[in-house]
Design a protein around this ligand. Structure first.
Ligand SMILES: [Zn+2]
Length: 145
């Protein structure tokens, strides 16, 4: 039986140096592909590099709701540049309203942009949702299938 790890973060500094061994062990365990999700512009390059170096790594590019304080002025352009790779997906992105101080409007705008890109580019999207199901369903109805 073959498996796909549908959500991992291989760019994580805690494991980054060990990636060749991680990919090798995963392959031996039957994991054919690993979907590695970037979480902010800062780790887009690393994620793209991992996908170039290892055929088993499928890159996803997105801004995680926890890291919106890292958004550059032209983050949409940066995101679209990385999504020019037709083998890439979108994410990790989403809504996290667990922390009541979170900027829910900004999260909603950023996530809605990702959703529209997924639809336009016909790409899979990795979504993180906590305590934001109503807003999520509303946005899904707005973007359509
Ligand atoms: Zn994640």
């Amino acid at each position: 039986m073959l498996f796909i790890d549908s959500h991992c973060h291989l760019h994580d500094a805690r494991i980054y140096k060990d990636i060749p061994n991680i990919v090798s062990r995963a392959k031996k365990a039957g994991v054919q592909y690993m979907v590695s999700c970037a979480t902010m512009e800062e780790n887009f390059d690393q994620t793209a590099g991992l996908a170039s170096a290892f055929g088993a790594v499928i890159p996803c590019f997105g801004i995680h709701p926890w890291f919106l304080d890292t958004l550059s002025e032209n983050w949409q352009q940066v995101l679209e540049t990385f999504l020019a790779d037709p083998g890439s997906g979108i994410g990790e992105t989403g809504l996290d309203f667990m922390d009541k101080r979170a900027d829910q409007d900004l999260q909603t705008r950023v996530f809605y942009h990702h959703l529209n890109l997924a639809r336009e580019l016909e790409r899979p999207i990795n979504i993180h949702i906590r305590k934001a199901w109503d807003t999520f369903i509303h946005l899904l109805k707005k973007t359509g299938p």
